[in-house]
Design a protein around this ligand. Structure first.
Ligand code: HBI
Ligand code: FE
Length: 278
């Protein structure tokens, strides 16, 4: 059954030790040599695997932010470079945070990043976004001015959607771009979504497998298409560029939400309408 799964923690309270906005100190010195080794292993594997697969702004961001330095990045050091570049900072959180809190951070150019890293025994599976998914997957493109503007705008749109009950649609836009987006680059498909960039298996599958559909990005289709959180994506949407993507949301989405009122959701496997359970 394909269904959207929101985090839906809205009623939860911040855990002990976390601030009202769910941020906690990173305490970077707390990480063990094994934690740093896991980061280095994942980093080396993805850096190799993403050659010829990731969008160029990803590699530019790795360089600009000096993320190839061994070990888990110390957010204080990382933020000096990132803030100077696009005004973004990374804030440390204990795991998934409520939708509204998450989008509130994005709308103020703060990216919430896990303050833990997966175990060496499960390099390829994790329940919640860890520091490798968030910092290796999401942060490099925050150094690109256009992508940085888009993600902040998505934060503002997320807050609006949360207030007017259209968050399920906005979450799809987030999912099919920032998490699992593909883009064209010099006539070739390239990866820019963090969920793919941080995943060895999906980096190959998303571009080379003949299983998934790869549709040209169309904002109405995206807002209608459900997504899976428990498997590689059955469908990817391919943008022409970050500029084109930013353009699609520059007028806000309210007019699109209205036009989509009453339309059925689409199944990501078939793009067919999902008949609501009778
Ligand atoms: N919390 N830490 C964290 N990371 C996320 O990516 C995240 C979240 N909470 C809500 C959320 N994402 C969703 O709203 C989006 O994936 C749509
Ligand atoms: Fe993510």
């Amino acid at each position: 059954m394909t269904s959207d799964t929101h985090i839906g923690l809205d009623t939860a309270k911040p855990p002990l030790g976390a601030a009202a906005d769910w941020t906690i100190p990173q305490n970077w010195e707390r990480f063990t040599p094994v934690d740093h080794r896991v980061w280095d292993l994942l980093f080396a594997r993805q850096q190799e695997c993403l050659k010829g697969r990731a969008v160029k702004q990803f590699f530019e961001g790795l360089d600009l932010l000096k993320l190839s330095k061994p070990g888990i990045p110390d957010f204080d050091e990382l933020n000096e470079r990132l803030f100077a570049r696009t005004g973004w900072t990374v804030v440390s959180v204990p795991g998934l945070i409520p939708d509204e809190v998450f989008f509130e951070h994005l709308s103020h150019r703060r990216f919430p990043a896990g303050n833990f890293i997966r175990a060496a025994t499960s390099l390829d599976y994790l329940e919640e976004p860890d520091v490798f998914h968030d910092v290796f997957g999401h942060v490099p493109i925050l150094a690109d001015h256009v992508a940085a503007d888009f993600i902040q705008h998505l934060g503002a749109l997320g807050l609006e959607a949360h207030a007017n009950g259209t968050l399920q649609r906005l979450a799809r836009l987030y999912w099919y771009t920032i998490e699992f987006g593909l883009t064209m680059e010099a006539g070739q498909r390239r990866i820019y979504g963090a969920g793919i960039l941080s995943s060895f298996g999906e980096s190959v599958y998303s571009l080379e497998s003949d299983v998934p559909h790869r549709a040209r990005f169309d904002i109405n289709q995206v807002l209608r298409t459900r997504y899976r959180t428990d498997s590689f994506q059955p469908r990817y949407f391919v943008i022409d560029s970050f500029e084109a993507l930013l353009e699609t949301v520059s007028e806000g989405l309210d007019h699109l939400y209205e036009a989509l009122e009453g339309t059925e959701d689409l199944d990501p496997h078939t793009a067919d309408e999902v008949r609501k359970a009778a």
